[in-house]
Design a protein. Structure first.
Ligand code: HAM
Length: 415
């Protein structure tokens, strides 16, 4: 039997309803923040991701789905949305006559060759938000507020915002050199398996708190020593506002994020539930050079993305109810003698005019079976077309009403 590839999901029945429920809520939230929607191609030139996510990152090193097309072009399935959205912003000159920030959102599937487990897939969906030409200070607050709003909307309260200021590229370069110096001096205290990483990409071992000695990490050079006083003050101001807004947070100076385009403020919303484990649901931050690097003007950008499958996983563990409010639905039954054309006319009237969800098993004539079907499907109304009569029945109250075919065609039925 042919099976789906590892790390992918089929969506049907309950799972597609859950997915659509989450999409719908997220789109409604996006409207409240005046975000416009964008969709970009599923695949892009490999170079876009390599250059902007960074060749030393896990996403590019290990996880990218790359391929050659029939004309030998190097392409890749998108592993994330930011680089593609910025490429589109620049290519379509969306900044042209826009003097202020452009706020966009997307719901797109992403592809990463990761080891599949709960909340980690090879094809997954993200709801992402990008603010282009942003004023970083105010927009960071709004974007974090938006992410926090999503947590509230889904009644999820087992989370914490982790936030850090990673400085600009120049400041990070200086910090990296100091870290390299420091780790080279103490290389014997670093476990063998992490030594190469420590000397190649020292930021990425700062959060290896379980394997590396606490003292070694604590004494490592800190980025804050490379930041300007005015930048530190601005970050403190931001933190003060986040605190006043009541968003649960912690400043985590080991948070560096796994994509190279980030600068300045970066953040994650991490689940604190013991059942789920400490998984990151949302990740984001500033990217002050990406728009320029992709060929656009020197504008700042900022955004985040939420992993939809990871969110759904957390919500299920938290007992969230994904049910939509009941839509009016009806079962239309006909006995074998009732005119078939009339049945189809009634059904289309109920659907088109009355917007009722119509169920009908055309060749099932046993009433007991119909009642069982209605119970299982949560249907409370039946229209019986029997002996040339039409009877409307409300199952829970037992109420009954007769209709003529002509009345239904003219006025419909409203439930
Ligand atoms: P990211 O941290 O790589 O950031 O991914 C964001 C979220 O996508 C994660 O927090 C997680 O919920 C979800 N996610 C990542 N990998 C997987 C996976 N293999 N399976 C399921 N879910 C996953 C970005 O992608 C940035 N583009 C976010 C951003 C937007 N930054 C600025 N703007």
């Amino acid at each position: 039997m042919m099976q789906k590839p590892r790390g992918t999901l089929d969506y049907f029945g309950i799972s597609i309803n859950e997915l659509n429920h989450v999409f719908k809520k997220l789109k409604n939230i996006a409207k409240l923040y005046n975000l416009g929607e964008i969709k970009t191609p599923t695949f892009e030139h490999l170079e876009l991701f390599k250059k902007n996510i960074g060749v030393d990152t896990d996403i590019i090193n290990k996880e990218i789905y790359e391929f050659k097309d029939k004309s030998n072009r190097d392409l890749a399935l998108r592993p994330e949305g930011t680089a593609s959205v910025v490429r589109s912003y620049v290519e379509n000159k969306m900044f042209g006559n826009q003097n202020y920030v452009l706020k966009l959102f997307y719901i797109m599937n992403m592809f990463r060759y990761e080891r599949p487990q709960n909340g980690r897939l090879r094809e997954f969906h993200q709801f992402g938000v990008e603010y282009l030409k942003s004023n970083t200070f105010y927009d960071v607050i709004e974007v974090i507020q938006l992410a926090n709003h999503i947590m509230h909307e889904f009644q999820f309260d087992k989370y914490i915002l982790k936030i850090n200021n990673i400085g600009n590229f120049e400041q990070r370069k200086n910090w990296k050199n100091k870290l390299l110096e420091y780790f080279s001096l103490h290389i014997d205290s670093i476990p063998i398996e992490l030594r190469e990483k420590a000397l190649r990409n020292p930021f990425r071992i700062l959060d290896e708190k379980t394997i590396i000695s606490k003292q070694l990490l604590e004494n490592a050079p800190k980025l804050e020593n490379f930041l300007l006083d005015s930048e530190k003050e601005e970050f403190e101001h931001l933190i003060k506002i986040i605190k006043e807004l009541g968003i649960p947070f912690t400043i985590d100076n080991t948070l560096v994020r796994g994509l190279d385009y980030y600068t300045n403020v970066v953040f994650e919303f991490v689940s604190t539930s013991d059942n789920i484990g400490k998984s990151t649901i949302i990740g984001g931050g500033n990217y002050t050079k990406l728009i320029e690097d992709i060929g656009g003007p020197r504008y700042d950008g900022l955004g985040f993305a939420i992993g939809i499958e990871r969110l759904i996983f957390c919500l299920k563990e938290n007992g969230y109810d994904f049910c939509e409010p009941n839509k009016p639905s009806i079962y239309v039954f006909r006995d074998e003698n009732y005119d078939l054309t009339k049945l189809f006319k009634i059904n289309s009237k109920l659907r088109e005019m009355c917007h009722i969800d119509v169920h009908c098993l055309y060749d099932e004539f046993k009433k007991q079976k119909i009642l069982k079907y209605c119970k299982a499907s949560g249907i409370n109304h039946i229209l019986w077309l029997c002996n040339n009569k039409i009877t409307f029945e409300e199952l829970d109250s037992g109420k009954i009403k007769e209709y003529s075919f002509e009345t239904i065609l003219e006025k419909g039925i409203f439930i």
